[in-house]
Design a binder for this molecule. Structure first.
Ligand SMILES: Cc1cc2nc3c(=O)[nH]c(=O)nc-3n(C[C@H](O)[C@H](O)[C@H](O)COP(=O)(O)OP(=O)(O)OC[C@H]3O[C@@H](n4cnc5c(N)ncnc54)[C@H](O)[C@@H]3O)c2cc1C
Length: 429
């Protein structure tokens, strides 16, 4: 599945980036570092920045371009929590340790607000997220989430928005109720990733693009990783390859299913129309099994995602595949012009739980399962703290069991597709 590329895909973010996206060098030498990190998405970038700021010699190797994959293409929704929701985490860790994990998620939300200013870049950060219910029976899920957040995780920020009040938040006939989180936010993910990359270099870290790691080996107390044109020796190895880990590490890739996900950006709307759709400018995700998610951009476009594929590909006509979902939420946008349509891959673990850990000095971050803007930051803190000698947070993640997909690579996708078809059917009734 993995292909190296010298270009970002033609997403809204890449096409409207306000400057030329800097091209970083390819590795053509033999280097030594304290830590080598493979993959320059959010996981690798956040980890690299924290370690470089702590004085480690960091080398970050990216097969394509910084944020070429999910981190440069996502919906930009910075939502608190993990893709699996809280029950599987509580089952694995118990209430007290799950609360410690939740606290680290609240830290990530705060850090995301503060980090760009600290390093002098802008990410178009906007406050507020809504979790909506389409089906009357799933309003209960929102209410339960509100009480559970308060009672179990000590989080009292959520507010229930009933149907009567919903029109002040979103002009759509589709929803029964919503849960508002003022700590949730939305942002431009490519600006975030490129800002992080500059901050890493400023702190002394080195980043190489178009430098795919072909293999790695343990040698003595450390590692040697090889690309086609160079190599890096280091004490510590961090694998942050997401859905593209492929054959680089079979034990990690067998615990992941790459799932295609895609979205569109409309042409700029009349500002009054844009504001009428989402008067408080919150981002929105629903609680269907395959959710719709959307938000406005600063230039008054609607960014909308609402489909996924389990058998490897992205639809040839992403705009055509997404339009019915968009028009179902906002019938007033029927026939709206779509300027950009693109897709990417998410790294689904079998229970959608984060898969973050270490074996010796080999660390990894994966399994974000389509919800990674804040979880990658929380995970990067756990990994970087552990490399710097504090294992507390990483130990929590290591208490979560992430099994291999049954049937290996060949059966995982069809089984998952069948399961998803069943859940999608349940979404409709
Ligand atoms: C369409 C879409 C919409 C999404 N929307 C949201 C959202 O709104 N909110 C949210 O929270 N999450 C969202 N996500 C998920 C989120 O984007 C991801 O969870 C997150 O970006 C994962 O970051 P990462 O660094 O782990 O992986 P990635 O960003 O995928 O980065 C992995 C990097 O590793 C590199 N790599 C892989 N193998 C090698 C190798 N051998 N050598 C060198 N480099 C290698 C790849 O080229 C890639 O750049 C979305 C994802 C997609 C695809």
């Amino acid at each position: 599945m993995f292909k190296q590329s010298a270009q970002h895909v033609a997403s809204y973010y890449a096409q409207t980036f306000p400057a030329t996206i800097p091209l970083r060098p390819t590795l053509h030498e033999s280097l030594h570092g304290d830590v080598v990190i493979v993959g320059a998405g959010f996981s690798g970038l956040h980890t690299a920045l924290r370690l470089a700021l702590a004085g480690k010699r960091v080398v970050l190797l990216e097969a394509s371009r910084v944020a070429w994959a999910a981190s440069g293409r996502n919906g930009g929704q910075a939502l608190l929590g993990w893709s699996c929701d809280m029950p599987p985490l509580e089952k694995a860790l118990g209430q007290q340790r799950t609360r410690a994990l939740w606290d680290s998620m609240c830290w990530a939300a705060k850090e995301m607000r503060e980090l760009p200013e600290r390093h002098g870049f802008d990410i178009d950060y906007r406050v507020g997220s809504l979790w909506t219910a389409v089906l009357p029976r799933r309003v209960k899920q929102l209410k339960e989430a509100l009480h559970e957040a308060h009672d179990k995780w000590g989080y009292d920020q959520l507010r229930m928005i009933d149907r009567d009040e919903l029109g002040e938040w979103i002009d759509s006939p589709r929803y029964e109720a919503a849960l508002y989180d003022p700590q949730g936010a939305h942002l431009n993910p490519l600006k975030l990733a490129l800002g992080l990359a500059s901050a890493i270099e400023h702190a002394g870290g080195r980043i190489f693009e178009q430098s795919q790691v072909l293999d790695y080996q343990s040698v003595g107390d450390g590692f040697i990783v090889r690309t086609a044109t160079g190599e890096v020796r280091s004490d510590v190895l961090v694998l942050a390859c997401n859905a593209y880990i492929d054959r680089l590490d079979r034990t990690l890739s067998q615990r992941l299913l790459p799932v295609g996900s895609y979205q569109v950006a409309t042409a700029p709307l009349d500002p009054a129309l844009a504001t009428s759709l989402l008067p408080k400018n919150s981002c929105v995700i629903d609680n269907q099994f395959v959710p719709d998610y959307f938000r406005l951009t600063p230039d008054h476009r609607l960014l909308f995602g609402g489909g996924c594929t389990y058998l490897g590909g992205i639809p040839r006509d992403v705009a055509g595949a997404t339009r019915p979902y968009l028009e179902r939420v906002f019938p007033q946008l029927r026939g709206v012009q779509i300027d950009y349509a693109w897709g990417g891959h998410i790294d689904c673990s079998i229970r959608r739980t984060p898969d973050i850990g270490r074996e010796g000095q080999r660390y990894w971050l994966q399994g974000f399962s389509g919800h990674g803007v804040l979880p990658t930051l929380a995970g990067a803190r756990a990994v970087s703290d552990a490399i710097l000698g504090d294992e507390q947070l990483l130990a929590l993640y290591q208490g979560i069991d992430n099994a291999r997909f049954p049937g290996g690579d060949s059966l995982a996708a069809p089984l998952e597709a069948a399961a998803k078809a069943w859940y999608r059917l349940r979404d409709n009734f």
